[in-house]
Design a protein around this ligand. Structure first.
Ligand code: PLP
Length: 374
């Protein structure tokens, strides 16, 4: 991670807790809540986010890697943790020792997990992962019942539920999602008819938590809405989410260019007229995407200023001709609010042709994080 005092990335834990409470309020009281904190809590910092969510009442945490699960345990977080990507056979022993639950979809992993659990005199909690139409991780539907039958050989494994993931729950047209849900419900029933209880089955991401109560089952596992962004930007969520991450910098230099001058690498922007330019000490080394070149905007004194030319590794230029007498040292908001104007993760994502998830990860991973509202 680079360390520079020229860029300030703040993570508002009070906003994270607020979002948690809003989402929790959309679920029936009996439904458990797994806060998805994988990928370093989408760039917001695994441990601070997990601590805040656990203190607020999250029942479960969902992480990507064994390493993330172990660091939660080392930090003293003892609530149930699910390794959403499962484990590799060689990770069975530490996963069981730390009491981490794993998504399961491989026979060899079932075997090594059971062996590790037997050796440690414990049970290993697993969630059987089914691919109901995401085309990603998990057993195909027709493989589920035979796989479950094979698990009868491993009494050390506690099969807590079936789990699956939705491909287009964020779209307004729910027909494909409903087909996935039908597939999931059918498998659940078939497994239960064969004596598997599967008390903790789950499929709901943020989008399904928001728009499909039938998808809540025993547990919901949202990520992005906790961090303040809706999974769909073409309609408003039923709750008011607060942005969690913000990013500011300060003007490094102000200059005036005559008409016909080019700005930055590649000379992709030429001044049509006299141009007041602010040079900002931020670039793609800070996770500020080069795709924002000639497309993105920043806020200075609450007014929008457009990026001119290419975003560089450490520098970005914005036009301030429409603003009065901008000075070096003035604050610049790249993500967040200033005097009633806002640049959201979704704004940045739109300009950079990606999704807010990637924006938060890139910024959060590349800059030192300062925590508010702890
Ligand atoms: C398996 C799984 N469950 C839940 C989530 C949370 O999804 P979202 O951030 O859209 O709520 C993710 C995120 O990618 C995921 O991969």
């Amino acid at each position: 991670m680079i360390v520079t005092s020229m860029v300030d990335l703040a993570v508002d834990l009070a906003a994270l807790r607020h979002n948690y409470r809003q989402l929790r309020g959309l679920c029936d009281p009996g439904v458990k809540f797994m806060a998805v904190v994988k990928a370093d809590a989408y760039g917001h910092g695994l441990l601070p986010a997990a601590r805040a969510l656990a203190a607020e009442g999250a029942d479960y945490l969902g992480v990507g890697s064994l390493e993330e699960g172990l660091s939660l345990r080392r930090a003293g977080l003892n609530l149930p943790v699910l390794l959403l990507l499962g484990i590799l056979p060689e990770e069975a022993e530490p996963a069981v020792a730390a009491g981490l639950e794993a998504a399961l979809f491989r026979q060899d992993v079932a075997q090594t997990l059971a062996a590790a659990a037997a050796a440690q005199g414990k049970k290993a909690g697993v969630h059987l992962k089914v691919d109901t139409g995401m085309g990603r991780l998990g057993l195909l539907p027709e493989e589920v019942l035979p796989f479950l039958e094979g698990l009868r050989a491993y009494p050390q494994l506690e099969v807590l539920g079936l789990i699956s993931h939705l491909a287009v729950a964020d779209q307004e047209d729910k027909s494909y999602t409903l087909r996935q849900l039908e597939q999931f419900t059918g498998l659940l029933k078939a497994a239960r008819d064969r004596g598997w209880e599967l008390p903790l089955s789950h499929i709901a991401n943020s989008a399904a938590l928001w728009e499909l109560k039938d998808a809540h089952f025993a547990l919901v596992r949202p990520g992005i809405m906790l961090y303040g962004s809706p999974p769909a930007t073409d309609r408003l969520p039923p709750v008011l989410l607060q942005p969690v991450m913000s990013l500011t910098t300060r003007v490094l230099q102000v200059k005036r260019l005559p008409p016909g001058e080019s700005i930055s690498y590649g000379r992709t922007y030429t001044t049509p007229d006299w141009c007041d330019l602010a040079v900002l000490p931020i670039g793609y080394a800070n996770g500020y995407s080069r795709l924002l070149s000639n497309r993105g905007e920043v806020l200075i004194r609450g007014r929008r200023a457009p990026i001119r030319g290419r975003v560089c590794m450490n520098l970005t230029m914005v036009e301030v001709s429409h603003l009065e007498d901008i000075q070096a040292g003035e604050p610049v908001v790249l993500l967040g609010e200033d005097r009633g104007e806002r640049i959201s993760g979704d704004d940045l994502a739109g300009w950079a042709q990606t999704i807010s998830y990637e924006i938060y990860l890139a910024l959060g991973n590349a800059n030192p994080r300062r925590y508010l509202g702890a």
